[in-house]
Design a protein around this ligand. Structure first.
Ligand code: F0G
Length: 404
């Protein structure tokens, strides 16, 4: 196991604390997959409890006594026949990451990232966040007795996420700026050794997130779906999940790979624009804006990895409007009983838009990943709902109201 730069190939020991290669390139964790192939079988994996740590051989941890876990992963893969029928699809699944301990997929990354911090003996951890990363890191650092510092964009963090970060006991600082600016600031603190950085520029965190890919295959009886659709913000997750699918294929646990489809919001779509221009890198957007505050990001750090995942998998990237996001959020809740936050609903909105464009194979096995729980952003949900009727305690009035 080694950290390797995906630009120049330079290798670093896994115990070296470094977030980018000397050349500026992003790092990736590489394993001896041939060895893993001989060590791991489907049957053996199935005997273990479901969750991130089921896939231990594929994770960058040396000392299992140092694992910090809240039983993350093992989230449901719902077969959504009501929605499939409505959209004219043969087979549609929702991988509901909102069912993680702090309500988002970030927990998969943090169990590995904070375990690494433990192995490295780091007493302070930190991140910049649009909300979910901070909630997750705050929880895992509480569980491991570490100090946690989180930087949030001013004014635009969904209330549930803010409540979590504060309540788990993190030092929460809101800047008068956006996520991209917060990330530059917290990274500077990390480079001055004030904290161990757990944003997705840290390749260890992404190793935990790749288990979404493992788990989808595992839940489909070791078959890969044909298409995976997910929201893209800082672009770590799409890159991580693609790495997971590739590692399962290289170790013979699956024999095909899905197309990776990344969805961004209309007001924050640097990756979509790069994809449409068939470029390998983005032009940052200075003033990202969307109701899906989780993906309100103009300068995604993992853009090159994400674009590579899209091109390699023969996938694509598309944007959706805030109105399409809210409509999809409601549709999912009201046809399947799955309540997700706006960013997560962008995967459904993207599916609907791409179906209209004829860009999706309706006969395939499609998985939409819903990344965060609907309770994270109660304001957005209430704004999009009909408010309750208020009445006197009178049976006649009640009967009239329910018949309306
Ligand atoms: N969905 C949700 C609910 C998120 O919170 C995020 C990212 C994404 C999708 C996008 O994932 O960044 O890996 O492309 N949230 C980060 C945060 C930025 O700080 O919580 P990505």
């Amino acid at each position: 196991m080694i950290q390797r730069c995906r630009e120049c190939g330079k290798e670093y020991d896994v115990d070296e604390i470094i977030y980018n290669c000397e050349c500026g390139g992003l790092l990736e964790i590489k394993y001896d997959l041939e060895k893993i192939k001989n060590e791991v079988s489907k049957e053996q994996l199935r005997e273990r409890r479901s969750g991130v740590w089921r896939y231990l051989e594929y994770l960058p941890v040396k000392d299992t006594n140092k694992i910090v876990s809240l039983w993350e992963g093992g989230t449901p893969l719902y077969k959504c026949d009501n929605l499939a029928k409505k959209l004219g699809l043969k087979e549609l699944y929702i991988k509901n990451e909102g069912a993680n301990p702090t309500g988002s997929f970030k927990d998969r990354g943090m169990t590995v990232g904070v375990t690494r911090a433990n192995e490295l003996g780091a007493p302070v951890v930190g991140c910049a966040s649009t909300g979910n990363t901070s909630a997750s890191l705050a929880a895992y650092s509480a569980r491991s007795g570490k100090k946690c510092i989180v930087l949030l964009p001013g004014g635009k963090v969904a209330l549930g996420k803010l409540a979590q970060a504060m309540f788990y006991g993190a030092k929460v600082v809101q800047i008068n700026g956006n996520f991209d600016q917060a990330l530059v600031m917290i990274k500077n603190l990390a480079l001055e050794n004030k904290l161990y950085l757990l944003n997705s520029v840290n390749p260890f965190r992404l190793e935990g997130q790749k288990t979404i890919g493992f788990e989808i295959c595992d839940q489909l009886d070791f078959e890969a779906p044909s298409t995976v659709i997910l929201p893209v913000g800082n672009a770590g997750n799409i890159s991580a999940i693609w790495k997971g699918f590739k590692e399962f294929k290289e170790t013979d646990l699956i024999d095909s790979l899905p197309k990776m489809i990344g969805i961004q919001a209309e007001g924050a779509q640097p990756i979509v624009k790069a994809y449409k221009a068939q470029k390998d890198n983005i032009n940052p957007e200075d003033n990202p804006e969307t109701i899906a505050t989780a993906i309100r990001i103009g300068n995604p750090v993992n853009a090159v990895k994400a674009l590579e995942a899209i091109y390699q998998s023969n996938g694509l990237a598309e944007f959706v409007s805030d109105e399409e996001i809210t409509a999809a959020q409601k549709l999912l809740a009201q046809t399947e009983g799955i309540f997700v936050e706006p960013a997560s609903a962008s995967s459904i909105a993207g599916l609907i838009k791409l179906l209209d464009m004829g860009a999706i194979d309706k006969e395939g096995k499609i998985v939409c990943i819903t990344t965060g729980n609907g309770l994270k952003d109660p304001d957005a949900a209430i704004k999009a709902s009909t408010l309750p009727s208020e009445i006197e305690c009178d049976m006649e009035i009640l009967k009239k109201v329910i018949e309306e």
